[in-house]
Each structure stands twice: as structure tokens, then as C-alpha cells.
Ligand binder design. Structure first.
Ligand SMILES: NC(=O)c1ccc[n+]([C@@H]2O[C@H](COP(=O)([O-])OP(=O)(O)OC[C@H]3O[C@@H](n4cnc5c(N)ncnc54)[C@H](OP(=O)(O)O)[C@@H]3O)[C@@H](O)[C@H]2O)c1
Length: 345
């Protein structure tokens, strides 16, 4: 197999990493399994796949692990710890880097710390190339269509439930610590830290979900990805109240597989509304399992980068580097798109 098909996955044996490994194999790529725990790597690799132990705090181990890889997908969170070392290693190796980080501050760091060097190196670095951050950005960019600026962007998450993985909970804890326990929102063209209570509102999702109680200012990674390339001073994200309660429940349980792909029963709707002057544009996507859907998102991104279907280099969000509408069409086996009638000018 030519080395151009070798794609390294850091955090390969994690819940999301396993979906990414399976997706790479399905698409004819050869996953190189990377992670810090040799035993977990061996158990996943079996006899068929190559596995290499590497630690985020050991650059030489990362360099060895990336030898022969055409690209790397980082699935090991908290990304506050793993992001920068893996990007440094990808830059040294001269290969594209894609991650699935949902941590707002870690994603903002990637733009702030690596934009110039990645651009100078001509290397693609795509943070948040997953359900949170990446998919919302693709939907917003597609809904914006010929607009490059808007007054407001709203991204409403209609999750039927949310059984979080250990990685999600650890990443939430790290982000919370970085914020000193404060909350964050994107307003006036910047991240703003505050202590206000989060409002409960009603959001009208497309049928069959319909109106649902949501938590407003439930701020997700879209507040980094969307304004990274679109001129929008207000980006607000919302979460169904039930899913928000699941996430913070003291006895929150991990996702349980219900089908042969390992997906849970969780369903999602992401409903995007962009507003400019008096005009609104909307687009929604529905699918199953927010962790599972992150795999085709990340692997499609790598495939597009390796086949030259990109619009820029350097650090870029999904909506900036890819043809967003075309990318979403490519995900049709995993996602259904809904354009509500009467919402276009
Ligand atoms: N943006 C999105 O929509 C989205 C979607 C899916 C996942 N994510 C994020 O992806 C991350 C992983 O989630 P998951 O569901 O796969 O969780 P998980 O099943 O708990 O797996 C976490 C993985 O990260 C590895 N890891 C953690 N800290 C590490 C470190 N310092 N060095 C090396 N490896 C480390 C773990 O390895 P060990 O077992 O050795 O600790 C494990 O492989 C989380 O941050 C989550 O928020 C985001």
C-alpha cells in the first residue's frame, strides 16, 4: 500500500478514535494507530494494523510515530494538552493536521499560535473538524451562501440525549478550569467571559422535532470556527435542555452501541439560522450519534486535503478551507439536510 494512504490517528483507541479508524479503513486508507498506552494500542491493532506508542510530552516519540504518515488526525482530548505538541509534530513532518477538539480555548489557541507558521509552511491545520465546531461551520457557511458578513448567527443543537464519554467530561473540566469557572459567549466580535445565568428559551426545530426547550448561550466551538472566516459579530449556540441536563448529571453514563457500526441511539438536529438586515437564511442537518458523525467529518477533511480540494492553507476551519456545500453533499450517507421553505430571500 502506498504511504500516501497512511493516516495517523492519535488517541486511536478512544471512543471517537475508534470511529475514525473504522472510517479510514472503509475509505481505503491505512490507519496508523497512535496513543500513549501500548497495551490499549495492541488490543485495538490486532494483527492487521500498525500501532506506535507516542506521548504528547515526548516530541521524539511523536516524530517517530508520524514517520510515513500522509496526515494526522488528533482524537486525544483534552486538546489543551495534546493539540500544540501534535501540531508542532505535524509541522516538523510537513503533513496536514486535523483534530476533533470541542474546547473553545484550545481551538482559539490553535488559530492564535499556529496561523503564521502553518501558512508559511503551506500546511493545512484544521481544528474542530467534528460535530461541534466543524459541522456547524459547514452549515453556517452553506446557509450564508453569497454572504460573507451577517448580523447574527444562531446554531441550535437538538440532541435527543447526551451520554458523554470520559474524554468529553475531561475536556469540559479543563475548559471550565481555564475559564476560572466563568461562562463564555461570543458577542460584539469577541469571546466574552461572564457570570450570568444561562437563559432557557424555546427553539423551533424542523419537524419532526418541532419546538423544544433549549439552554441559550450554551457556547460551543462554533464561536471559534464561524468568526474565523465570516464577518459576524454575534454567534450564539443553544442546546436542548434535556441534553444539557444529561451532560451535567452526576451519574452521566457513556454512550451505548445499538447498531453494527457502534453508534448509540442518540439522534441530533443542528438548526442554523443566519440573519442579515431583515433577511434570514436557514439550514438544518439531522443524523445519529454526535461521536460517530465526527469520523466521516474528519476523514472527509483529510481526503479533501490529500487530494488538493482545499481553498486555503494554514490554520483554517472547515467552512474556510473546503467548499462547504459540496462537503455536506459528500456526507449524505450520514447526514440529511433540510432547507426550511420560506426562509430564503
Ligand atoms: N468537536 C466534537 O464534536 C467532538 C466529537 C467527538 C469527540 N470530541 C473530543 O475528542 C476528545 C476525545 O473524545 P472521546 O469521545 O474519544 O473520549 P474517550 O473515549 O474518553 O477517549 C479519549 C482519548 O484521548 C486519549 N488521551 C487523553 N489525554 C491524553 C494525553 N494527554 N495524551 C495522549 N492521549 C490522551 C485517551 O487515551 P488514554 O486512554 O491513554 O487516556 C483516549 O484515547 C474529547 O476531547 C472530546 O471532547 C469532540
Amino acid at each position: 500500500m502506498e504511504s500516501g494512504r497512511n493516516v495517523a490517528v492519535f488517541g486511536a483507541y478512544g471512543h471517537t478514535g475508534r470511529f475514525v479508524v473504522a472510517e479510514l479503513r472503509e475509505r481505503g486508507y491505512v490507519p496508523l494507530l497512535l496513543g500513549r498506552d501500548q497495551d490499549k494500542l495492541r488490543a485495538l491493532a490486532g494483527l492487521e494494523l500498525a500501532a506506535r506508542q507516542a506521548s504528547a510530552d515526548d516530541p521524539a516519540s511523536l516524530d517517530r510515530a508520524l514517520t510515513g504518515a500522509a496526515a494526522v488526525i488528533n482524537c486525544a482530548g483534552p486538546f489543551a494538552t495534546t493539540g500544540a505538541p501534535l501540531i508542532e509534530a505535524a509541522l516538523r513532518a510537513g503533513i496536514p493536521y486535523v483534530d476533533v477538539a470541542a474546547e473553545i480555548e484550545a481551538n482559539a489557541d490553535t488559530f492564535a499560535h499556529f496561523a503564521e507558521r502553518a501558512r508559511a509552511a503551506g500546511t493545512a491545520v484544521v481544528p474542530a473538524m467534528a460535530f461541534y465546531g466543524g459541522l456547524g461551520d459547514l452549515l453556517v457557511t452553506t446557509a450564508m451562501d453569497d454572504w460573507t458578513a451577517a448580523d447574527e448567527v444562531h446554531v441550535a443543537y437538538g440532541l435527543s440525549s447526551w451520554h458523554p464519554t470520559a474524554g468529553t467530561l475531561a475536556s469540559g473540566t479543563v475548559s471550565g478550569q481555564r475559564r476560572g469557572g466563568r461562562r463564555v459567549r461570543y458577542t460584539g466580535g469577541r469571546l466574552e467571559y461572564h457570570d450570568d445565568a444561562l437563559p432557557t428559551l424555546e427553539w423551533s426545530f424542523p419537524a419532526p422535532l418541532g419546538p423544544q426547550k433549549v439552554i441559550g448561550e450554551f457556547t460551543m466551538a462554533d464561536v471559534v470556527t464561524v468568526p474565523s472566516h465570516l464577518d459576524v459579530p454575534e454567534v450564539r449556540t443553544y442546546m436542548t435542555a434535556k441534553a444539557a441536563a444529561d451532560l451535567s448529571a452526576p451519574d452521566a453514563s457513556a454512550p451505548a452501541a445499538v447498531d453494527e457500526r457502534g453508534r448509540s441511539a442518540q439522534t441530533f438536529v443542528i438548526d442554523v439560522l443566519v440573519r442579515s438586515g431583515g433577511t434570514e437564511r436557514r439550514l438544518a442537518a439531522t443524523g445519529q450519534d454526535i461521536y460517530a458523525i465526527s469520523a466521516p467529518l474528519a476523514v472527509e477533511a483529510v481526503d479533501r486535503i490529500l487530494t488538493g480540494r482545499t481553498r486555503t492553507t494554514g490554520v483554517a476551519s472547515a467552512g474556510a478551507i473546503f467548499d462547504a456545500a459540496d462537503f455536506l453533499r459528500a456526507l449524505s450517507p450520514h447526514l440529511s439536510l433540510h432547507v426550511p421553505t420560506g426562509t430564503r430571500d
